[in-house]
Design a protein around this ligand. Structure first.
Ligand code: SF4
Length: 361
């Protein structure tokens, strides 16, 4: 009988409610090859500033706000690229809600080249808390191939300006862009770690209808990542960011995010669950290999026919079992019996394994 505990704890997340106010395509003269903003957000018309309060109140009526940080989030397009008058009108409404303690935070998303000193002054004057920057990549060849219209240096400078102004910085990144590969995407992540943002989002590049990427894809000039490639790379990035205590706010797009317009690419409604399955698969395999020696023939021979019990915290036990039981099924090819048990005393991705030699085998 063997018993071992492995510790690999992801950082914990505080509960947040983001009340999303979409600003689709407004103010954005760019056409990044992967972007069809209307398809992704499913919203064609921006909410007028004088409707923000009513929208927030109706959202809050439907939400359980206990112990949650409540944010108004201007997402969708490039907020600091819309006319200054409109920015001021939205921010003024949001600031009033914050001063009345109806919300806790003001968040917005924008592009790195729409950050300058005037913008920073406007945002701090309206008490903006969090700026999400669409970084996508920090490789100049990838940025130009994606027609982002700015360099990695612009992105890095924008990140530092936001942090220096005391606002929280979230970096949105995209894997599998044109001219990218897994090494390039990992190097971008290493650069992100150096900047030390307050959070990251990881989105796989998808091909949407009416985007330039659709043409490139149809002409076979662009091949998106396969789902397996995207999951494997996202698992590597997850571990990299966790090791640097950088929270990951999201991996993969929401299931409802413009699916009708999706042409190709590694979309899966349970993308994050697939990534967690991959991480747990690696943890369990590495543990068994380390425990039974690096000689894979011996290691498998020693395990065949035995019983194994794996204990993990209830909050992660499904990830350990794997999406649609994948990890369990894989272990069942070696072991006679595979059991997963919930254990509250284990945290994060800690787990315990107990192997019982089956004398009947
Ligand atoms: S991704 Fe952002 S910057 Fe690029 S075209 Fe779409 S809205 Fe504009």
């Amino acid at each position: 009988m063997n018993n071992l505990m492995i510790s690999d704890n992801p950082p914990s997340n505080i509960g947040h409610i983001n009340i999303p106010i979409f600003i689709p395509e407004e103010g954005c003269p760019n056409q990044c090859v992967f972007c069809n903003q209307r398809a992704i957000t499913n919203h064609d018309v921006a909410l007028p500033p004088d409707m923000v309060r009513q929208f927030v109140n109706s959202w809050l009526e439907k939400s359980n706000t206990q112990n949650k940080v409540i944010s108004v989030a201007f997402f969708g397009g490039s907020f600091t690229g819309i006319p200054v008058k409109a920015q001021e009108a939205y921010l003024k409404e949001a600031l009033k809600l914050k001063e009345e303690n109806i919300i806790d935070q003001i968040r917005l998303s924008t592009r790195p080249d729409y950050i300058n000193q005037d913008v920073i002054t406007r945002l701090t004057r309206h008490s903006v808390d969090v700026v999400e920057l669409g970084i996508q990549s920090l490789n100049d060849h990838v940025l130009s191939s994606s027609k982002r219209g700015h360099t990695s240096q612009t992105a890095i400078e924008a990140c530092h300006a936001i942090k220096a102004a005391g606002m929280h910085l979230i970096m949105q990144t995209m894997i599998g862009l044109p001219a990218s590969d897994s090494q390039t995407d990992l190097r971008t992540a290493a650069e992100v770690v150096k900047i030390k943002p307050d959070g990251v989002r990881i989105y796989p590049c998808l091909v949407y209808k009416d985007s330039e990427l659709e043409d490139l894809y149809l002409k076979q000039l662009f091949t998106p990542l396969t789902l397996d490639e995207a999951v494997t790379l996202s698992a590597q990035l997850t571990l990299l960011y966790e090791a640097s205590a950088i929270p990951i706010l999201r991996i993969g797009l929401h299931a409802s995010s413009g699916n009708q317009a999706l042409i190709a690419g590694p979309f899966h409604p349970s993308f994050k669950a697939l990534v967690e399955t991959e991480i747990w698969n690696g943890l369990l395999k590495n543990h068994l290999k380390e425990f039974y020696g690096t000689n894979s023939v011996n290691y498998e021979a020693k395990l065949i026919g035995n019983n194994i019990t794996i204990k993990a915290n209830p909050s992660v036990i499904n990830h350990a079992v794997g999406f649609e039981g994948r990890n369990k099924k894989e272990l069942a090819q070696l072991f006679h019996e595979v059991r997963f048990q919930k254990e509250n005393s284990l945290n994060g991705r800690e787990f315990e394994t107990t192997v019982i030699v089956n004398s009947a085998s």
